[in-house]
Design a protein around this ligand. Structure first.
Ligand SMILES: Cc1ncc(COP(=O)(O)O)c(C=O)c1O
Length: 398
């Protein structure tokens, strides 16, 4: 007798298809990390009984990011895991340079044998990474008690066991972190997809950062974001001493500058904005500043015009130039060199550098401009961002 049992049939309902079509039909649709994803994460956390969930592209990614988080946070090196699991569980351990310690399964639940786990735990053991295989529960009260006592982290792979319970709680709500897959053969599916779940806020933030390739701006907690940025620059100082100064949420440009006065002392210093990219020659800029002996030198740039320029004689267009640089006015492109005496012009947090301070030193003939004809691009609008991304994607030299 021939017997065929497909792994899975397409199990989308008409209403699933309707909702997806509705979403795809929307104007200016956001397809990744949209509000729908946030809503799903919230509902999933509530359903599971944990505080936080981070949606990723697969259960394998959930495994990988989970092990990366452990690597970031902890020092111990051994991870205990089963011989019957998905290959991504093993890969995630090896790729993060942990030593995998394999435990054979118990045939009664296809999960790691509890007595073998307890035998293998030693001083180097960081975590036990259980897989709840095929809907079975891998946990027991005794195992949880031992892990707690020995301060061993529990990580749960629940990719194959959505909704299975132990002690009236859903699997995936016991461990420090748990992983789910929404691959289409699983109990709940997003075709491809995965989830990282935790009650730990720090781990939640780390998972979000890692999901976005390390971008600290993913964090909700701006203080924590600041800490990460500071930590990064402590490690990567590029041969310089870097001080990251809290300049306040509502402080204006001049006020921010005033707040760093004590770090400057009596030296000539350079200053620029965080949203300008240029190949201005800083050595030449400094030389120019020293030669002119003024309080402030700014870099003057001429970004390409956004519109065609016209010269009119009466109603007649005597000259037409499409998006030319030539007839554009010079503008302040940042990249300043300043003398510490300029601090006198900065009153308080509300001082806007480009208003009174620069206007008054211009009147006093204490402001000079270093003309820069090379590359300069600000990032104020979506158009600017797209232009910069294009340069980045082509790895073009500017
Ligand atoms: C136990 C287990 N972990 C991880 C995964 C990986 O999930 P995905 O296929 O979404 O990458 C699977 C996939 O079936 C699995 O069964």
């Amino acid at each position: 007798m021939k017997f065929s049992h497909p792994l899975m049939h397409n199990n989308f309902t008409k209403s699933d298809i309707k909702s997806v079509s509705k979403l795809l039909g929307k104007k200016n649709i956001i397809l990744t990390q949209s509000n729908n994803v946030k809503q799903f994460e919230k509902k999933w956390s509530k359903w599971l009984g944990v505080k936080y969930s981070v949606f990723v592209n697969s259960g394998s990614s959930a495994n990988l990011l989970t092990m990366t988080i452990l690597k970031i946070l902890y020092k111990k090196n051994e991870i205990i895991l089963p011989t019957l699991t998905w290959v991504s569980d093993v890969n995630s351990v090896i790729l993060n340079n942990f030593k995998p310690v394999f435990i054979d399964i118990d045939l009664k639940n296809l999960c790691m044998s509890e007595s073998e786990i307890l035998k293998k735990i030693n001083k180097k053991t960081l975590a036990v990474f259980v897989t709840h295989a095929q809907g079975f529960n891998a946990l027991s009260t005794n195992l949880l008690k031992h892990l707690k006592r020995k301060k061993i982290i529990l990580i749960e792979d629940v990719c194959e066991s959505h909704g299975a319970m132990f002690n009236k709680k859903k699997l995936g709500s016991f461990g420090l972190i748990s992983n789910f897959s929404f691959y289409y053969a699983h109990h709940m599916s997003t075709i491809e997809g995965g989830m990282i779940c935790t009650n730990n806020k720090n781990i939640y933030q780390l998972a979000r950062i890692l999901r976005s390739h390390g971008m600290a701006r993913e964090m909700d907690d701006k203080k924590q974001e600041g800490k990460i940025i500071k930590k990064y620059f402590k490690k990567n100082s590029f041969g310089c001493k870097i001080n990251l100064i809290e300049t306040g949420k509502n402080t204006m440009t001049g006020g921010r500058l005033k707040r760093i006065k004590k770090f400057i002392g009596k030296e000539t210093f350079m200053m620029t904005y965080g949203d300008g990219l240029s190949n201005v020659n800083l050595k030449k800029l400094l030389k120019f500043h020293k030669k002119n002996k003024k309080l402030v030198t700014l870099t003057a740039v001429r970004p390409p015009a956004r519109f065609g320029a016209l010269q009119l004689k009466g109603n007649l267009v005597s000259c037409f130039k499409e998006k030319s640089k030539i007839d554009e006015n010079w503008i302040n492109g940042g990249f300043f060199v300043m003398e510490p005496d300029f601090f006198k012009f900065l009153k308080n947090d509300h001082t806007i550098l480009e208003r009174k301070p620069l206007e008054s030193i211009a009147k006093k003939k204490q402001l000079v401009a270093f003309r820069h004809e090379g590359f300069w691009q600000c990032m104020d609008t979506k158009k600017d961002k797209d232009a910069l991304n294009k340069i980045l994607s082509k790895r073009k030299k500017f």
